[in-house]
Ligand binder design. Structure first.
Ligand SMILES: [Zn+2]
Length: 112
């Protein structure tokens, strides 16, 4: 499936903020441009320490960056899924153990 059913990218962390600080252990918004002045909210992340005392504050920051990269990662997976299999991959049509199978599995997991 190549049809885009998700909010088109690019997705950015804290684009609603005047000065984004992504490594501050705070709540973050992930959004995409809707037009020249508005943005669509895609997701929010929260400091993990709020739910799991003692968890490092950077986990929520890292989650926000990973979510924001999702459209780019999907595009990369689509390219990888169309590439040649690794020379050591059995690739018998059902069994793939290389990057091609991993890319296809990730695309399937994303429902994209
Ligand atoms: Zn393969």
């Amino acid at each position: 499936m190549n049809e885009t059913t998700y909010t088109p990218g690019p997705w950015e962390v804290d684009a609603f903020e005047s000065a984004a600080i992504i490594s501050d252990g705070a709540t973050h918004s992930i959004s995409a441009p809707a037009n020249d002045s508005d943005r669509y909210l895609v997701a929010e992340t929260y400091p993990l320490a709020d739910a799991f005392p003692g968890a490092p504050d950077v986990v929520g920051d890292a989650n926000a960056r990973l979510i924001a990269a999702a459209p780019d990662l999907l595009a990369a997976c689509r390219l990888a899924a169309r590439s040649l299999h690794h020379p050591e991959c059995p690739n018998d049509g059902r069994h793939c153990t290389c990057h091609v199978g991993a890319a296809i599995d990730a695309i399937t997991k994303a429902g994209a």
